[in-house]
Design a protein around this ligand. Sequence first.
Ligand code: NAI
Ligand code: ISE
Length: 336
Amino acid sequence: MSLKLGVIGTGAIGRDHIRRCSQTLLNSQVVAVTDINLEQAAKVVADLQIGAEVYPDGHALINSAHVEALLVTSWGPSHEEFVLAAIAAGKPVFCEKPLAVTADGCRKIVEAEVAHGKRLVQVGFMRPYDEGYRALKAVIDSGQIGEPLMLHCAHRNPSVGENYKTDMAITDTLIHELDVLRWLLADDYVSVQVVFPRKSSKALAHLRDPQIVLLETAKGTRIDVEVFVNCQYGYDIQCEVVGETGIARLPEPSQVQMRSGAKLSNAILMDWKDRFIAAYDVELQAFIDGVRAGQVSGPSAWDGFAAAVAADACIEAQNSGQIVKVGLPDRPAFYR
Ligand code: NAI
Ligand code: ISE
């Protein structure tokens, strides 16, 4: 039997996840959708020809007897409310990042899930499902480059819309590194600092872009992440791990190499949807399979909380220019 999914939010990623759950993945069926823009929700249903019911709001959808599990793909500030409602209804929920826009919001979700007594939440951090990051982690874990000492990373988007503010470089963009680098190193952050290089003339007046985030982990590894969301040339994710005896780099996505017009070239992708297309498939199939097997796994509410605690510290560091401590409490036994 296919898992009956309800989707809240039919914007860019909501539409893409509805498509993959309806057309690409196994054992799932989108039976319900909603959005504050109901016309858009109805159009997505019609365009994808999925015959799902359009619900008036997220709460009606969560509490529908036809919906077995939820995908929350609405704007970040609405995630906390919907994930808490899903837990209250006892339904598994895949929530796009960020789990909540503040650490306090994530903590409430962690507490609700622990009180429920069984994992229901998977956070949409897809990079641990990316083939390249998995290969990089396998090299680190094998000991081939010794202990990781330093990481040099970059998260570059070609451009962003006018609603994108300076703190979103952390809550919306860096949040992926905050999650995946913890996972890659099996370590937690202890301090952060944010510095601002010369501003790009391509960034809108209200946005400080690029930014460099400096992280220190409990084991003493130092990480620099360049976040540059108006780089113009492509969607480019870089990660280099410098170890005691060698260096390992995140592989580039596979592209045909061309010799043409007196140039040797490889195309660079422009869109996050394409860069991580396979990782999104794998993460959502894992959610569907996990729910059907009664065992939700993958990035947990605790991982969402840990990333948010670091994100809150980064925002404080953006504003103060100081080194800010990251005060993550001990991980509860429930999440070990
Ligand atoms: P979007 O702006 O294209 O779509 C968001 C949709 O949510 C809109 O259609 C909006 O009307 C709807 N919405 C907002 N509040 C709502 C509410 N209370 N109830 C129902 N619908 C509501 O944004 P996008 O790019 O699709 O992002 C959505 C979420 O997914 C964000 O949290 C974003 O950070 C995350 N995301 C994750 C990505 C990843 O790589 N994992 C990539 C892109 C987005
Ligand atoms: C977007 O919301 C994503 O999650 C993308 O993966 C990220 O690269 C982009 O910066 C965000 O705005």
